[in-house]
Ligand binder design. Structure first.
Ligand SMILES: [Zn+2]
Length: 142
């Protein structure tokens, strides 16, 4: 999987299997690459870096801190990322901070989950899903 370094912006290739046990370190600046399970919170720049470099599907949760259902869904999304190590990239985007990006993808209600393949939106689903619903939805695109 890919891990964007928040300190220097480097795109790191990370082995998801070891990342769960040992905190990944940026190959360039040696700062910890922050992951939550196998989910990474990215800004617009980080999002496009992952999209350009990802070999497989990229699943993105668009959320906001004021959104109640997002708080329920966030941990579900994060935990589900552990089930697709090195296979699917899981990202979270804070729509309060990245408003233009959310607008570009026509995000109206949150949480909204989008799946990208080869840099393009393949499918989207709105609302807070449970883990089984999320997995079923992702599996349709694999
Ligand atoms: Zn770095």
């Amino acid at each position: 999987m890919l891990g964007i370094c928040k300190a220097c912006g480097a795109v790191n290739r990370i082995n998801a299997n070891t990342a769960l046990e040992k905190k990944p370190i940026c190959g360039k600046c040696k700062v910890e690459v922050q992951l939550h399970d196998l989910t990474q919170e990215v800004d617009t720049e980080g999002f496009y870096k992952v999209l350009r470099n990802a070999k497989g599907p990229v699943v993105v949760d668009f959320w906001a801190s004021w959104c109640g259902p997002c708080k329920v869904y966030g941990p579900v999304f994060q935990a589900t990322s552990r089930e697709y190590p090195n296979k699917v990239q899981f990202l979270k985007i804070n729509t309060e901070e990245e408003q233009q990006l959310a607008a570009n993808f026509g995000i109206r209600g949150i949480p909204a989950t989008l799946i990208f393949e080869n840099g393009k939106v393949k499918d989207s689903i709105s609302g807070a899903l449970n883990s089984d619903q999320l997995k079923q939805w992702i599996n349709k695109s694999l």
